[in-house]
Write a protein that binds this ligand. Structure first.
Ligand code: NDP
Ligand code: 2IT
Length: 443
C-alpha cells in the first residue's frame, strides 16, 4: 500500500466515529497520492501523519442561563489544526449538528483553503452545538459571553483569529469580541467579520459570496462562457448564498431559487434580494416568508432544490447537501458549472458524477476562499491601523480569486488532469503547507 493510503487507513482507525473528517481526509489524500508518492521527502519527514493530526484540540463546557431562568449547557470546541504558514484562522459554527467530526473536517479543509489564498494564515475551526434559532438577543449574548470566557485564553491576534460560519454573524462576533476585550484588557484584531466601527473590513460581509462568483466568472471566461443570461440555482439563504446571488445578478445572471433547512423557493422571474435580506438579515425569518413579498413565487417544503433546471448551481448551505441523485438531476437538466460556496456540500459520489460528465466543478476550498482571504485583509488593516475603501478590498478579493483559479488550473495541468479542479486545489494547497513544514523541522 502506498504511503498516502497507509496514512489514510491508520487515520480512519485512530479517529473512529468521525465520518465527516474521514470524508474530508479521503477526498484530499486520494487526490494528492500520486504527487506525494513522487516526493519521498514528504514521507521521510512524516508530513502526512503530522498534517492529519491537529496541533491542538480544545473542548469545553459552555453554561448559560436562558430567558426562563433555566441553566443550559452546551459543548464548545476549537480545533487549532495547523500554524505552519500563519496564526490559526477559521470560523466558529453554532448549530445543533456540530460535533468534533464536523469541526475537524472544517479545520482540515481550512488548512488547504487558507494556503490557496496566498495569505499568511494557518487553519483552525471551532464552534458549539448551541442552536441560535428562536433565541432572544439576551440569550445569544449570554451564550457568546460564556463561550468566550473559556475560549479567550486560547486565541489572540497572532495566535488564533476566529470568524463567523453557520449561525455566527455580525451580532455574535460583536458579543464575543466585547467579552474578549473585557477579559484581556486589550483592543486587538482577534476576530474578523467585526463591525465597521471597531476594526471590521468593508466587503467582508459580501466576500465569500462575491469571491465564489468571481472565481466562477473567471472559470467560465477561460472556457469561452459567461454568467450573462444564465439561470442559476443557489442553495441556502444565509451570508454566503445571499451575496453569491447578489453578484450573479450584478453580472447579468438570473437566480431563480434559494433555500433554507425547511424548504426552497422558486421565482421564475428572478429572486428579489431586497425581500430576502428583509426576511433573513432583519427579521431572522424563514425563506417560506418570501411568498409574502412575491406571491407568484412557489415554496416547496423539504429537499428538491437540485431538481430545478439551471445552467449553473451554487450550493451555499451545508456539507453533503447535494448527493449523487441530485448531481445526476443537475447534469440531466443541462447544468454545466457547479461552484461550492459551502464547505463540502457535494458528496464524493456527487463530485464524481460532475467530473465524469465534464461539468466545470469548483471545489469549496478554492471557490469559497474569498471569505477567509478577506478576513486576512481585515487582519492586515488592523495591523496597519487603517481602513481600506470597499472598492480597494473588493479589487484585492477579485485578484485573489483569479489567482486561485490560475493556480489550481496550473496544478491540475501539471498532474495531467486538466480541468479537474478538485485535484488541482488539493495539490496546490498541500504543496505550500508541506514545503513549509519541511523548512520548519519536526514540530
Ligand atoms: P448562515 O448561517 O448565514 O446560513 C446558513 C444557510 O444554510 C441557512 O440558509 C441555513 O438554513 C442553511 N442550512 C444550514 N444547515 C443546513 C442543513 N443542515 N440543511 C439545509 N440547510 C442548512 O451561514 P453561512 O452562509 O455563513 O455558511 C454557509 C456555508 O458556507 C457553510 O458551509 C459555511 O461553512 C460556508 N462558508 C462560510 C463562509 C463565511 O464567510 N460565512 C466562508 C466559507 C464557507 P436554516 O436557517 O434553516 O438553518
Ligand atoms: O469556512 C470559512 O472559510 C469561513 N467560515 C470563514 C473563515 C474566516 O476566518 O473568515
Amino acid at each position: 500500500m502506498s504511503y498516502t493510503m497507509n496514512v489514510l487507513e491508520q487515520a480512519k482507525k485512530k479517529n473512529p466515529y468521525e465520518p465527516e473528517f474521514h470524508q474530508a481526509m479521503t477526498e484530499i489524500l486520494t487526490t494528492i497520492q500520486p504527487f506525494v508518492d513522487s516526493h519521498p521527502e514528504y514521507e521521510k519527514a512524516g508530513i502526512l501523519e503530522r498534517l492529519i493530526e491537529p496541533e491542538r484540540v480544545i473542548m469545553f463546557r459552555v453554561p448559560w442561563v436562558d430567558d426562563t431562568g433555566k441553566v443550559q449547557v452546551n459543548k464548545g470546541c476549537r480545533v487549532q489544526f495547523n500554524s505552519a504558514i500563519g496564526p490559526y484562522k477559521g470560523g466558529l459554527r453554532f448549530h445543533p449538528s456540530v460535533s468534533l467530526s464536523i469541526i475537524k473536517f472544517l479545520g482540515f479543509e481550512q488548512v488547504f483553503k487558507n494556503s490557496l489564498t496566498g495569505q499568511p494564515i494557518g487553519g483552525g475551526k471551532g464552534g458549539s452545538d448551541f442552536d441560535p434559532k428562536g433565541r432572544s438577543d439576551r440569550e445569544i449574548m449570554a451564550f457568546c459571553q460564556s463561550f468566550m470566557t473559556e475560549l479567550f485564553r486560547h486565541i489572540g491576534a497572532n495566535t488564533d483569529v476566529p470568524a463567523g460560519d453557520i449561525g455566527v454573524g455580525g451580532r455574535e462576533i460583536g458579543f464575543m469580541y466585547g467579552q474578549y476585550k473585557r477579559l484581556v484588557n486589550s483592543f486587538e484584531g482577534v476576530f474578523t467579520g467585526k463591525g465597521l466601527t471597531y476594526g471590521g473590513s468593508l466587503a467582508r460581509r459580501e466576500a465569500t459570496g462575491y469571491g465564489l462568483v468571481y472565481l466562477m466568472d473567471e472559470m467560465l471566461r477561460q472556457h469561452g462562457k459567461s454568467l450573462k443570461d444564465k439561470t442559476v440555482v443557489v442553495s441556502g439563504s444565509g451570508n454566503v448564498a445571499t451575496y453569491a446571488a447578489e453578484k450573479v445578478q450584478q453580472l447579468g445572471g438570473k437566480v431563480v431559487a434559494l433555500s433554507d433547512s425547511a424548504g426552497f423557493i422558486y421565482d421564475a422571474g428572478g429572486i428579489d434580494l431586497s425581500a430576502v435580506k428583509k426576511i433573513k438579515e432583519i427579521k431572522r425569518g424563514r425563506i417560506s416568508e418570501y411568498k409574502n413579498y412575491r406571491p407568484d413565487a412557489v415554496y416547496t417544503g423539504g429537499k428538491g432544490i437540485w431538481n430545478i433546471s439551471c445552467d449553473v448551481a451554487l450550493p451555499c448551505a451545508t456539507q453533503n447537501e447535494l448527493n449523487e441523485d441530485d448531481a445526476k438531476a443537475l447534469v440531466k437538466n443541462g447544468c454545466f458549472a457547479v461552484g461550492e460556496g459551502a464547505n463540502m456540500p457535494a458528496t464524493m459520489e456527487a463530485t464524481e458524477v460532475f467530473l465524469q460528465n465534464k461539468v466545470l466543478f469548483a471545489p469549496g476550498k478554492a471557490a469559497n476562499a474569498g471569505g477567509v482571504a478577506t478576513s486576512a485583509l481585515e487582519m492586515s488593516q488592523n495591523s496597519m491601523r487603517t481602513a481600506w475603501s470597499f472598492d480597494e478590498v473588493d479589487q484585492k478579493l477579485k485578484s485573489i480569486m483569479v489567482n486561485i483559479y490560475n493556480n489550481i488550473t496550473a496544478a491540475a495541468k501539471e498532474a495531467n488532469c486538466e480541468d479537474n479542479f478538485v485535484t488541482g486545489a488539493n495539490i496546490a494547497g498541500f504543496k505550500k503547507i508541506a514545503d513549509t513544514m519541511l523548512l520548519q523541522g519536526v514540530v
